[in-house]
Design a protein around this ligand. Sequence first.
Ligand code: F3S
Length: 278
Amino acid sequence: MKILVAKGAGFCFGVKRAINISFDIAKEKKTNVYTFGPIIHNPQVIKKLETLGVKPVKDQNDLKRKKVNALIIRTHGIPLEKMTKLEEAGYEIIDATCPYVKKAQQYAKLLTTEGYQVIILGDKNHPEVEGILSYAGADSIVVSPDESLPKVSKKIGIVVQTTQPVDALKRLLNRAIVQTREIKVYNTICISTALRLKETEKVAGQADVMIVVGGKNSANTTQLANLCRSLSVPTYHIETPDEIDKRWFGNVEVVGVTAGASTPDWIIEEVKGRIKKI
Ligand code: F3S
């Protein structure tokens, strides 16, 4: 069996940065370091950080009665009002929001200042989108990729959740162009996401089966699995090598492997090792 790993699979720049920040702070503070929400969507990495004394908390209430040496903000960022409350409470805040996500937040704010109604293309329930929305005006709306565009104002400004595919933006623009007079677009799609999708598609085109590695709660990993399935390749979304079943590989000559932005290299290596053994 030949194993093909998609280029760009695994940790992206923003996640690498956040994880390095977390390890450094863990070393410096030793104990009582918290992340506001899981630092990334990967349970195995969260567990590893917990062994070093870095634990996630759900919200500010969770921090009450705790001694907090440092509070790390996750890659997806958090809503402005939550950040303000945390600052007011006097926590030592280490902001590990990915700089590309920060850019999307800043563009949302800029568009609002310039009088545009902000349209955010993305998943309404995703923490990154909730964060971006908090920087935009009261009339701003979130539109998911296949949703129709509701009635909008004459002047709209678009920003995009960093992990959306370019096609979703093209579809939104097609809908928007007939509904409004002025559109300003900030293409905030992260290049590493676009590259990972493209390379995954390439590998899936050559593979008999695809193994997609990453958190089941990771939106971008799920997106990769859905892409492979849409290409009619048998696809398995796993978090760890223990989930691999050798029955998946009967008559298989080429196995494709890809991984989401929050999947560490060591898990990808373990997955490759397990497939090689089979
Ligand atoms: Fe940032 Fe792109 Fe990763 S937005 S967190 S570098 S997928």
